[in-house]
Every structure is written in C-alpha cells, then in structure tokens.
Design a protein around this ligand. Sequence first.
Ligand code: PEP
Ligand code: MN
Length: 338
Amino acid sequence: MIIVLKPGATKEQIKYVVDKIKKMGLKPWISKGVERSIIGVIGAEDAIRLEPLEVFPGVEKVMPILKPYKLVSRDFKKENTVIDLGDSVKIGAEELIVMAGPCSVENEGLLIDIAKKVKAAGAKILRGGAFKPRTSPYSFQGLGEEGLKYLKRAKEETGLLIVTELMDSRNIDLMEKYTDIIQIGARNMQNFDLLKEVGRSKKPVLLKRGMSNTVKEFLMSAEYILSEGNFNVILCERGIRTFEDSTRFTLDISAVPLVKNLSHLPCIVDPSHATGKWGLVPPCARAAVAAGCDGLIVEVHPSPENAFSDGVQSLYPEKFSEMMLELREVAKAVGRAI
Ligand code: PEP
Ligand code: MN
C-alpha cells in the first residue's frame, strides 16, 4: 500500500502517520520525491484498510500496490535510483558505468595488469571472482580471501572500485572489508537467506538474474534485499536458458526496458555470460546500451586461452578498448555517455 502525502505535509503529520502504521505492526518506508513524499507500507495490509488513513492531515490519497514487489516498484518511487559509490561513480545516472576484469582472480600481477588496462579503456569498476560458483566441484573454486586481498591491492594501485561475488553468508564480513559492491550470482538469485543477509549490509548489491527465472521472480528477489533496508541494488540481466544452444544462454534484451519500466532500480547487462562467446560480446553490449541499460559487466583477460575460467567469453584488453569506443557512439545516440 502507498500513502501519498500532500506537497506541504509537515514533519509532525508524517510522524503521526508513520507511528500509526508501526502500531499496526506494519513497516513504513518513506520515499522523498521532488514534489511530494510517499510512504510505502509493507506487511499484512488488511489491518490498514480498517483505518481511514485518507482523512489524516497531510495525506492526499491511499493506493494499493497491486504488484507483488512493492519497494522495488516504480509505484513506490517514480525517480530512478542513483547509487553513489563515491569518486564520482554513480550507477543509474546519465553516465553508463562499465565493470570489467577477469572471471576469476588468478594472481596479483595479472589482476593489476588487467585493472590498469580496463581503467585506461574507461572502466570504473574492477570485477573478479574470489569465490567461484562452478558447475563441477573439480573446477577451480577461486582463491578465497587471498583473491580478495589481490582485489584490494588492485584498487589501491588503480583507484578502480571492486565488485566480487558472495556465495556463503558466513563470508559477509570479508565482503564488508574488501569490496565496494557485493555480487549475488545467478545461481544464488533465489537463495533467500543470502538475500536477507546482504539486505542488512551497508554495501550496494549487484543482483544477477537467475538463468531460469522470470522478470517477476527477479524483482521479488530484489524486494528481499530492499525489505531488509538496503535500497542500493543494481539489477543485472545475464542471459536465460532457452532451447537455443549455440550460445551459452540467451540474452533477454527486452528485460532491460521492461525492468526499467517496472522498477526504479538501475539495470546493467552482462554480455559475457549471456553469450559465452567473445565475438558476440561487443555487438550484444552495443544492443544493451541501445536498449537503455545503465552499465555493463564484461570479462577481460590478457591471455584467454590460459584463463582459469570462462576464457572463451573473455575479451583481450585491446578488443575491450575498441568496444568501449564503439559504445561511446551508441550511448551518445540514446542520450547517454560512457
Ligand atoms: C560471474 O559474473 O562471475 C558469474 C559467475 O556470473 P553468473 O552468476 O551470471 O553466472
Ligand atoms: Mn565468468
């Protein structure tokens, strides 16, 4: 349920309504808009219908949110959410943000080398997995905390911000210590306890769409994070399973404008995992920018044939630089910048 406040609603009037909602055992979330503020009410709403909230001073109207996701929805917040990561890196603003780096953190020297190259090409955030969700238990599982230390070193060396995946909620403290954005991978999109854990964190969260999940389920997973108090969520379309087997997954490009219509949260695209083929990464990245995404996450490796994971979908740094130049033109054509 949404309570729309009058433009001139006073602090006291807002407090009165908020206290009333809390007394009913419901959770109020205030969203301050440019013109007017609204209060989102989460919980069993039946109780509230008994109360004539619409007659309270400062209240303009009361509307039900018919969608199953509430805090994530555009009904709750009309303006785009812009996530300010500091160092003038903002996700969801006019400038698109590109995250790039290896699939897995392999060693410090290689990571710093890649970090310098992607930074020179215009990336603002370094990606790299220290905890890897691998299909086979016999495949490289990541360097763990050692890998996180290398990411921190690369940050000190280049000034790039860091995004890395959290798989186990027992490692949340490590994430708080080493990373700027916590990534929740496709395979954990519906790990609800993990979602609640990052919902209680102060770090922004990059939530990847599950490979077999609908857009509605994707947004419901984001709702888990927001409902715990963390509103800094970046959604990521990374391809879904279809009958097509000539690409690793099928990039659902329509999910980008759809998600942006339904939600105020920023949405980025991962053309590397979506296609599984390095040659398809630049054209799909161009399509994503044209479709209105707020950024990209791309795998880059100086020696893809020797990469510990996902070499076939990794771009050489030179290819990545070329792609960035092309993306600049596409961004300009749709009123954005990179
Ligand atoms: C990754 O980005 O490292 C990754 C494993 O991606 P996904 O969860 O989308 O498969
Ligand atoms: Mn990968």
